[in-house]
Design a protein around this ligand. Sequence first.
Ligand SMILES: NC(=O)c1ccc[n+]([C@@H]2O[C@H](COP(=O)([O-])OP(=O)(O)OC[C@H]3O[C@@H](n4cnc5c(N)ncnc54)[C@H](O)[C@@H]3O)[C@@H](O)[C@H]2O)c1
Ligand SMILES: NC(=O)c1ccc[n+]([C@@H]2O[C@H](COP(=O)([O-])OP(=O)(O)OC[C@H]3O[C@@H](n4cnc5c(N)ncnc54)[C@H](O)[C@@H]3O)[C@@H](O)[C@H]2O)c1
Lengths: 204, 204
Amino acid sequence: SIPSATLSRLAILYQALLDAKTRDVDCLSSAQIGALTGIPAAQVRKDLSSFGEHGVPGVGYRVDDLLASIARCLKIDQTRRFALVGAGRLGQALASYTGLAKMNFELVMAFDNDPAKIGKHAGDALIEPVTEMPARLKQEAIKVIVLTVPASAAQATAEAAISGGARWILNFTPAILKVPDDCIVRDVSFTNEFAVLAHYMEEG
Amino acid sequence: SIPSATLSRLAILYQALLDAKTRDVDCLSSAQIGALTGIPAAQVRKDLSSFGEHGVPGVGYRVDDLLASIARCLKIDQTRRFALVGAGRLGQALASYTGLAKMNFELVMAFDNDPAKIGKHAGDALIEPVTEMPARLKQEAIKVIVLTVPASAAQATAEAAISGGARWILNFTPAILKVPDDCIVRDVSFTNEFAVLAHYMEEG
Ligand SMILES: NC(=O)c1ccc[n+]([C@@H]2O[C@H](COP(=O)([O-])OP(=O)(O)OC[C@H]3O[C@@H](n4cnc5c(N)ncnc54)[C@H](O)[C@@H]3O)[C@@H](O)[C@H]2O)c1
Ligand SMILES: NC(=O)c1ccc[n+]([C@@H]2O[C@H](COP(=O)([O-])OP(=O)(O)OC[C@H]3O[C@@H](n4cnc5c(N)ncnc54)[C@H](O)[C@@H]3O)[C@@H](O)[C@H]2O)c1
């Protein structure tokens, strides 16, 4: 399998290529892709060859071919329907983010326990009571949830979603979730970005 | 220098060790650290030895020692003061996130161009008019900004911040920023997390 650091770079490439396509660009060299993404050209060539894409000398890579093969590699060529659990500040920001649709992730439902939010919308999804979540996930066969509840509610909410059939959890909370072996949790933390940034700052 | 994937793992280790310290845990083995973070024990040992930390056989690693050396390595042993530019949904979620203070990032000021938000707060920071930003950044010698404005406003806002002395930009917008050579931009995209998640989902 491909290491997650490579996958993460491929996702960045994919967004830059989508951008280029909207500007009617047909071909790009690895140097041009590097300039668009901030990824060194040699790393671009290495990543693309890891799934069989080699540019043509003097011409570069065809944008359409790269988009199709990266989408297959990242498995974003099929729509992934997901539910948002916790429609607060972060949940709302994610629900309205245009980048998700580009990656073929489709927000189909949202849940919260705050009566003031239920019946409103997060992006295009209606916010439903979290008590309905297990039955609703089953009804729509949703396997992916994005967890943006407070840390104190994270474990119980994840368990409720798993009882409704969820198997993939993108966990934005700082809680470390304990889930059965057939579930996959991916923890997201922007604070890692801060830490990485801090490291590269020169002394003092 | 240490690759950013290793730094990112060290940041995850750091948060798990802080957690353990609040539970009065003195020592942890690489296997226990692995169970807490989801990082394989062998990778934990490799990462820690890359900056000279070796556990004691049968005892493991001392939590306090690891916290101090990871903080030095990540350069989070000194407080980094930053400004938030764009106090919308995402900006507010970041401003209120307790994880930032743990990484020694201190939000000191916030800016927006929406009159309804100016004078309110994002976390503990007062939201000020973005027109004041260059002068205010200079006055407080702020070098780090977190950019959470709409993509259409990103480039101009980044340039205004740079004119005020900002040199480090954590860019949450999908815009690709063009900045002078002495500035560092780190692009953050949760959509990469979705793409990595999609790749690991089994077929169909
Ligand atoms: N990963 C990171 O770096 C990062 C950054 C910012 C925020 N966060 C985390 O994301 C989460 C959300 O942050 P936020 O700023 O959006 O908080 P918020 O308080 O604005 O949103 C939380 C939402 O969850 C709802 N909720 C509470 N308990 C619930 C339950 N049992 N079931 C369903 N919904 C419930 C609340 O009504 C609210 O709408 C927090 O856990 C926070 O720590 C993480
Ligand atoms: N990286 C990701 O994966 C990801 C996820 C979600 C959102 N985003 C991005 O984060 C950004 C913010 O998203 P959001 O949901 O918080 O949007 P939002 O509309 O809620 O917030 C944007 C804020 O910026 C302010 N603003 C607009 N123009 C400004 C200017 N010129 N100067 C100062 N402030 C200005 C607005 O008044 C608003 O408060 C967007 O660019 C969005 O695409 C990225």
